[in-house]
Structure formats: structure tokens, C-alpha cells
Design a protein around this ligand. Structure first.
Ligand code: 3PG
Ligand code: CO
Length: 553
């Protein structure tokens, strides 16, 4: 039968402290002035790279290596941390939704049939991120769903858009809005009353995460549900074009707006009897809105009016909380994660990051599961992030504090594994501010140093890696790798990349003879879990992706 017990590693000892450091958004790319990691002073990461050649390598962090549909899909934190923690590759939300739409299965399952009850007499609202980034959502999936729902009886449809500029180029929201408008016009020509009803920039409206700032969700609620916003327009394209003219405006932070009819009334507030679908497949930035839409008892902000709706998520965003109750596509079932195994084998675990990445080393790492496996053996520490600012203003973020807390956890002797996410490269990289991202990379490197110093003191082992690329490339490039110019200027890349990420192992506790194998050249993030289990003195379960290390005598 099944057992949580892991076999002892034939050669590697137990009870060595292992520090698992994940640099968020830290890929490997050629030296270049838009490679902020290269430009920044990063002596610690440089020394790992230039140290023992068989203690440093690259691993794949994008595309099929992390369960995404194609090799053109950049990596992201959800799929990256899922792979790191689970040690196996699961088909992820993006792919599961593609499959369900292609097979038509999405229209047969419970979730769609539940919202369909509203089609005859009420409105179907679709709320989500409007881009082709493929990280949280994809516009082509929304287009398919619009058509599929109208073919199955939806007569009145309202779309509530969130503009991106974070997983895609800033400014691209105009084109996406035009594409969406054309789709809605074609539905209207078939007699379906389909329109955009509201909108706003994803970082200012709706898509907060880990409860960093509920005001963000409230702004969305007011526009989407109540039909109230400071800006009113006749069309989404006009809205975005106009709001983008404000100085410093960008897609990520556009203010909330509603679309109004000729008499000035909002075209799509949510009312009793309506159906609502949040079309993002990724969980972290949808669970707060999902709570507001679903929970009867709710005290995070004043909802003013709580319509009785049929609500479904594109996916279920939290399996533990069963949030939401109804969903169109079943999420990947990520079971038997390395964290759960290790805890069952007595490994005492500490996990830490600041708010904006806290769920990454806990929830995502543990297979999209909230809370502890065993609170006696685990401690998760969240350092509050600055809220209400863009991180280029504070590019050091809480790296130092994460470093200090983790150092203290290591020196306390109370843990066998410490696991951290250092967010700077990613969070500042997403702002597109190249200078600030250089500062961010330096700060991340300093945090790594603090942790490695503590590992040194206690005779432990370190594993330093990253979840996907971001800060190592800040411009859009052609196939040859040259920056693409538009009106004589480079286009700043705020998104993640397709680059591989480094992984380094070392520390005084690393047994002599441990080195990276040469026979896993296409190794990816999913190979890290078995590697870490080995470093804790265990053999990984058989169905885990193979370890990256071997022990030579
Ligand atoms: C975000 O949600 O901030 C971006 O879309 C993706 O960033 P992450 O995958 O690094 O969290
Ligand atoms: Co990111």
C-alpha cells in the first residue's frame, strides 16, 4: 500500500540543514545593458556561478517543462513553484482550459450547467484579465467561451475587463480591446446583446493577491457589481485610449471605469439572478474577488449591495476552501508534494517571504494547498509587503527582512529546511523600470548572502534557484536577440521570459562527491524536489522527476 515513508538515501546523510532559496524572476541570459542581473553588482550569485562547475547549472523554467501548453509560454511563479514543490509536471490551468474548450467538455460539466440556469432571463458576466499573456488568462479562451455560451442560450453578456501590461507589453491593451470589441460586435450581429461593461488596470483594480490591499478588490467591485466608477465612457477602446493619455499612465494601473449607455447609465451592473464567471485560470489574484462574490459573511470591505448570483470560477482557485464552489474546469490535482513527504519524514520546515510572494513558497509550493501539513513541524512567516506603491519606488522591498528572519531561523537550530522566496527581480522587473530593477537585483543578492552566511555557520547545505526569468531581460527582442525598435525606441519588457534559470548547490554540509549529473541535460524545475529530498538524506518517490545530483566516491 501507499506509504509516506521515504527510503534512506544510500550515500547521503540526514539532519543537515538545507536552505532552499528561490529568487523570483531571475533567469540566465547573455550580458547586455538590459540584463539587470548582469548590470547589478551581484557578487554572491556570481561566486556561485563561477565556483565549482559541477555545482551550478541551468534548468528549464518555461513551456512544457512546467506544464504549460507550448514552448512559447513563458514561465511564471504559479507553475514554477508548483513544479519545484511537487517534483512532477502537471498539466496546468492554461492547458486544462484549452483542452476543455477544444473538446467541448467545459459545456457538459457541472459548472457551466449551473451558470446556464441564468441565461434565459438574466445576464452572464465574464470578469478577467484581457491579454494573451497566458499567465492568468488568455483572450482567445474568453472569445471561445463567449461564443460557446451564446450558442448555448446566453442572450445578454457583459464583459468586465482588466487591462494587463504586466504579462504583455504596456500599451497592448488597446489592441486586445479592439479584438474583444470585434468579437462582441459579431455576437451582436447574431442578435446577442453583448458588451463590455467595465474595466480597470489589473494592479489597481481587482487583481491584488494574498490580501495585500483589499482596496484594490473594492475598486473592482464598485465598477463591476455596483456599476460605479470615477470614469465613464461609451466604449472600452475609447476608455483605454483616453485613460492612457494621463501622464505616467500604464495598462497595469488604469483607474476603474464603467461603460454607460446614451442616458448615462452603466450598461452592466450585476443584479439578482445574474451569472458571473471569473475567467482567469490562475488562483492567486482571483481568490480575493472570489470571496467577495461568494461569501455571505464578508467583512473586508463594504459591498453595499450583494446580488444573489450564480457564480463560477474558470477553475476552482482553492481546493481546501472549496473556493469557489462552482467552476468550469477542474484544476490540476497536485498531490503528494515534497513538502508533505518531508514533513511526514520528520523534516522541520520554515518558509518565509513577504506578502506579495508569501503564497508562492507556501500555497503554490504545497500544490495549491493552504495551511500547514503539520503545525508542530512547520512555521510559515509572512513579512508584510509595502502596499499602495509600485515596487520601483522601493526596489529593495523586504529582501533584508526576509534574509534576517531566515538567518535567525537557521541559527535557531529548530529547522531542517528553510525555504524562501526573494521577490525583487520579479516584482521590480514587472514595473519596467530598468534602473530600479538593477537596485532590486543587488538587494536580492545581498539577501542570498545573509542566508548563505548562516548556512556556513551551521554547516548546512544550500540550493539556490529561481522560478522563471524576468530581470535578466528587460526589452522585447527579435528572433536574433536584438532589441526591436518602435518609433526609434526599445520596447520595455515588463513580463517574464523564456529563459532558463540557474541552480546552485553547496555549503559545508554538502557531502564530498555530490555533483550535478551530466545525463539530465534538459532538466527543469520539477527535477529540483528529488534533488532536495536527496540532500535531506532520502530517495525521492519513484514517480518524481529524476534528481539532478549524483554522488561519486
Ligand atoms: C503577476 O501576477 O504578478 C504576474 O502576472 C506574474 O508574476 P508571478 O508569476 O511572478 O507571480
Ligand atoms: Co512575476
Amino acid at each position: 500500500g501507499f506509504s509516506w515513508k521515504l527510503a534512506d538515501h544510500p550515500k547521503l546523510p540526514k539532519n543537515k540543514l538545507v536552505a532552499m532559496i528561490v529568487l523570483d524572476g531571475w533567469g540566465e541570459a547573455s550580458p547586455d545593458k538590459y540584463n539587470c542581473i548582469h548590470v547589478a553588482e551581484t557578487p554572491t550569485m556570481d561566486s556561485l556561478k563561477n565556483g565549482a562547475p559541477d555545482h551550478w547549472r541551468l534548468v528549464r523554467a518555461h513551456g512544457t517543462a512546467v506544464g504549460l501548453p507550448t514552448e512559447d509560454d513563458m514561465g511564471n511563479s504559479e507553475v514554477g513553484h508548483n513544479a519545484l514543490g511537487a517534483g512532477r509536471i502537471f498539466a496546468q490551468g492554461a492547458k486544462l482550459v484549452d483542452q476543455a474548450l477544444a473538446s467541448g467538455r467545459i459545456y457538459e460539466d457541472e459548472g457551466f450547467n449551473y451558470i446556464k440556469e441564468s441565461f434565459a432571463n438574466n445576464t452572464l458576466h465574464l470578469i478577467g484579465l484581457m491579454s494573451d499573456g497566458g499567465v492568468h488568462s488568455r483572450l482567445d479562451q474568453l472569445q471561445l467561451l463567449l461564443n460557446g455560451a451564446s450558442e448555448r442560450g446566453a442572450k445578454k453578456i457583459r464583459v468586465h475587463v482588466l487591462t494587463d501590461g504586466r504579462d504583455v507589453l504596456d500599451g497592448s491593451s488597446v489592441g486586445f480591446a479592439e479584438t474583444l470589441e470585434a468579437e462582441l460586435a459579431s455576437l451582436r450581429s447574431k442578435g446577442i446583446d453583448a458588451q463590455v461593461a467595465s474595466g480597470g488596470g489589473r494592479m489597481y483594480v481587482t487583481m491584488d493577491r494574498y490580501e495585500n490591499d483589499w482596496e484594490v478588490v473594492k475598486r473592482g467591485w464598485d465598477a463591476q457589481v455596483l456599476g460605479e466608477a470615477p470614469h465613464k465612457f461609451k466604449s472600452v477602446v475609447e476608455a483605454i485610449k483616453t485613460l492612457r493619455q494621463a501622464p505616467g499612465a500604464n495598462d497595469q494601473y488604469l483607474p476603474p471605469f464603467v461603460i454607460v449607455d446614451d442616458s448615462g447609465s452603466p450598461v452592466g451592473p450585476v443584479v439578482d439572478g445574474d451569472a458571473v464567471v471569473t475567467v482567469n485560470f490562475r488562483a492567486d489574484r482571483m481568490t480575493m474577488l472570489a470571496q467577495a462574490l461568494e461569501y455571505e459573511k464578508f467583512d473586508k470591505f463594504d459591498r453595499v449591495r450583494v446580488p444573489k448570483i450564480r457564480y463560477a470560477g474558470m477553475l476552482q482557485y482553492d481546493g481546501e476552501l472549496k473556493l469557489p464552489n462552482h467552476y468550469l474546469v477542474s484544476p490540476p490535482l497536485i498531490d503528494r508534494t515534497s513538502g508533505e513527504y518531508l514533513v511526514h519524514n520528520g523534516v522541520r520546515t520554515f518558509a518565509c517571504s513577504e506578502t506579495v510572494k508569501f503564497g508562492h513558497v507556501t500555497f503554490f509550493w504545497n500544490g495549491n494547498r493552504s495551511g500547514y501539513f503539520n503545525s508542530e513541524l512547520e512555521e510559515y512567516v509572512e513579512i508584510p509587503s509595502d502596499s499602495g506603491i509600485t515596487f520601483n519606488v522601493q526596489p529593495k522591498m523586504k529582501a533584508l527582512e526576509i534574509g534576517e528572519k531566515t538567518r535567525d531561523a537557521i541559527l535557531s537550530g529548530k529547522f531542517d529546511q528553510v525555504r524562501v522566496n526573494i521577490p525583487n527581480g520579479d516584482m521590480v522587473g514587472h514595473t519596467g523600470d530598468v534602473e530600479a530593477t538593477v537596485v532590486a537585483c543587488k538587494a536580492a543578492d545581498e539577501a542570498v548572502k545573509m542566508i548563505l552566511d548562516a548556512v556556513e555557520q551551521v554547516g548546512g547545505i544550500y540550493v539556490v534557484t529561481a522560478d522563471h526569468g524576468n530581470a535578466e531581460d528587460m526589452v522585447k527582442r527579435n528572433k536574433k536577440g536584438e532589441p526591436i525598435l518602435k518609433d526609434g525606441e526599445v520596447q520595455i519588457l515588463t513580463s517574464h521570459t523564456l529563459q532558463p534559470v540557474p541552480i546552485a548547490i553547496g555549503g559545508p554540509g554538502l557531502s564530498a562527491g555530490v555533483r550535478f549529473r551530466k545525463d539530465v541535460p534538459s532538466g527543469g524545475l520539477a527535477n529540483v524536489a528529488a534533488t532536495v529530498m536527496n540532500l535531506h538524506g532520502f530517495v525521492a518517490p519513484e514517480d518524481y522527476e529524476t534528481t539532478l545530483i549524483e554522488v561519486v566516491d
